[in-house]
Design a protein. Sequence first.
Length: 221
Amino acid sequence: MCVYFTNLNRACPTEAYPMPHIDFLVDATTYHEALSFRDMFSGYHQIPMVEEDRAKTTFMTPFGNFCYRVMTFGLKNAGATYQRMVNQVFRKQLRRNVEAYVDDLIVKRKRRRDHIMNLRETFETMRHFRLRLNPKKCVFLAEVGKFLGFMITKRGIEAYPKKIEAIMSLAPPSNAEGGTRINGKFSGPSALHCEGLWRCEGFITEVKLFCQWRCESQPSG
């Protein structure tokens, strides 16, 4: 069920809590032999509401008026509140063997044989604070996995296949205008490729010179 807290959010001041930078988190999880991806079970609902604030979440239904006893989706500062909780709970592990963005948690280890110790430490921490996981969305001891929209591997960062399907199916540009459009589409994924700029050099040159597209401008492979 979804409740719109429009008026409550308008009256609630914004909490200026710093959220982790996604690029930094993704970079910090690469080049590890073992990765475990975890997703919290009904993450926001694991944080109880302060009793005096529960009435502020009251909503009406045909069966009566109700309010939330736990934090729910749709509240203005829910994400920041959850991130603060995660940072406090895993403060001894963050940036050492754990990275977390709201309810997405990844346990990492350079050497696979040591990963079990990290998992044990993480489970003990979660048990102490009574946090629960969603087993259907958890993966343990993986070499590759999706984290915050990127494919994390022991080789580095790779683009998520579903996000580049449109680029892979593009037809080669036949004029300068087409080259400009395709150059814009390549700007994001090229950051993940060490030779991205070099591979784009051919048609970038053609666009600058406003010349007709030539087959030799497309690098093989």
